[in-house]
Design a binder for this molecule. Structure first.
Ligand code: AMP
Length: 439
């Protein structure tokens, strides 16, 4: 049997692939990143790209040593040499903040908005919407602790999914307070769970020492049953005055802008560097346990990475999960456009002229040509199949006269056009048809 892709990875396929669905369509994937680019760049976010592998230490400090991601799901890259190890990045924020600090972006006016998209890697058990290589769109703002920045970040995330046409999306908003508030909360949880130590999973026994809040995030059924029985008080009850004021300011902005959200007192983001605002984006078809995306404030991260103290906030959503949600909602993406012109030779000897004419047009237009000579009927059918706006033919008469026989596929109209005027005629024809369809 031919070799297959690794478990937990996905191919994003071109139009026309057999059995193509929206959630495996490469064009749909591009539609998501294009939509994100449009929305985010309209808000002044700059695109930045960072490596897909980073120092293991960066990921450990950035994501948190007590998280499942670091403890169980890292893809470590070994190579000859005695380096301590790189890991394939499991998320984008640590690398984005590292790059911000390392490249002196802190000197630029703050807050500074950045975005990126790309592959992330986690060695998870594969299921629908849970991959080992998946892709995220990622937005980060550095240099401001203003709640207005939090609200804008949430608004932007909601705006991207709205422009994709998704309806069944819910924003669940919470706050995980300041570090002191979390200390108080962790002490409360430690007391509470220590009394039921025998019922905790082994992982959660370990979490009890390292970071009890993480128990609430546990995927183990026994842990979740215990949590439900104990009616654990939420983190929101433990917010200090400053964190509470911040939370209510964020809510005030969202209310003023008409952003719909639900306060979810149980939100515990799985990453250690979060502070205050935390939220998740959920979708009915993805299931309660798996979010479309999530975000939060991470004021402690830059310092944790050895940089200057810099407040920050960011979010990411999973492109594959967004595509599944779009597929489930029966959404479509804008129709694929065809070439402006498809050019065919009526005889083999004119194929080189057809090719060079096409290459010249490509300075301006999407132009394509037939590699073999074709009869006019076949050339028109081929042009139609490709969705070309025009089909041009070159036979002996046209070659002698330096022209093409040009057919407008929408109107059926045909005319002879000099090769050196073809670009102008096609350009004028397109603007006429744009005007017509625009009326
Ligand atoms: P996180 O960094 O864990 O908050 O994840 C942010 C988003 O990335 C999630 O809400 C998912 O949409 C996506 N994501 C995380 N892990 C996976 C995975 N293993 N497979 C597919 N998407 C994922």
């Amino acid at each position: 049997m031919a070799l297959q892709r690794p478990k937990g990875t996905q191919d994003h396929l071109p139009d026309g692939s057999p059995k193509l669905k929206l959630d495996t369509s490469a064009r749909a994937f591009r539609h998501v990143t294009d939509t994100a680019a449009r929305v985010l760049e309209r808000s002044g976010a700059a695109f930045m790209a960072t490596p897909v592998f980073e120092e293991a230490e960066l990921v450990k400090r950035g994501v948190g040593g007590s998280t499942d991601i670091v403890r169980k799901e890292m893809f470590t890259v070994y190579y000859f040499g005695d380096h301590g190890g790189y890991v394939l990045r499991p998320e984008g924020t640590a690398g984005m903040v590292r790059a911000y600090l390392e490249n002196g972006l802190k000197q630029l006016p703050a807050p500074f908005k950045l975005w990126t998209h790309g592959p992330m890697f986690r060695a998870e058990r594969q299921q629908r919407g849970r991959l080992r290589q998946f892709h995220q769109v990622d937005y980060e703002v550095l240099g401001s602790a203003d709640p207005l920045v939090d609200a804008e970040a949430i608004w932007l995330m909601a705006q991207v999914v709205q422009e994709l046409g998704l309806k069944g999306v819910q924003v669940k908003l919470g706050s995980i307070g300041d570090p002191e508030d979390r200390d108080t909360y962790n002490a409360y949880l430690r007391d509470l769970f220590t009394a039921h130590l025998d019922r905790l999973s082994d992982d959660s026994k370990d979490r009890l020492n390292r970071n009890p809040m993480r128990i609430l995030d546990s995927k183990s059924q026994e842990d979740q049953e215990l949590i439900a029985e104990l009616t654990v008080r939420p983190m929101l009850d433990f917010l200090g005055a400053e964190a509470a004021a911040h939370f209510s300011a964020v809510r005030g902005h969202l209310d003023a802008w008409g952003v719909e959200y639900q306060v979810d007192p149980s939100i515990v983001r799985g990453l250690d560097y979060y502070r205050r605002t935390a939220w998740e984006l959920h979708h009915a078809h993805i299931g309660a346990k798996s979010a479309l995306g999530g975000g939060g404030r991470y004021d402690g991260l830059a310092k944790e990475l050895g940089g200057q103290d810099t407040p920050g906030i960011g979010w990411a959503f999973g492109i594959e999960r967004v595509l599944i949600a779009m597929e489930e909602e029966g959404l479509s993406i804008p129709a694929a456009e065809g070439p402006v012109v498809y050019i065919a030779a009526l005889d083999a000897e004119y194929v080189p002229l057809v090719a060079s004419t096409t290459l010249g047009l490509r300075q301006t237009f999407w132009a394509d040509f037939g590699y073999k000579p074709q009869k006019p009927g076949n050339a028109f059918r081929e042009g139609e199949r490709r969705g070309a706006a025009y089909v041009a033919l070159i036979g002996s008469d046209e070659a002698a006269a330096g022209t093409v026989a040009l057919k407008n596929m929408a109107t059926g109209e045909q005319q002879n056009v000099a090769i050196n005027e073809l670009a102008t005629v096609l350009g004028a024809g397109l603007s006429v048809s744009e005007r017509t369809t625009g009326q």
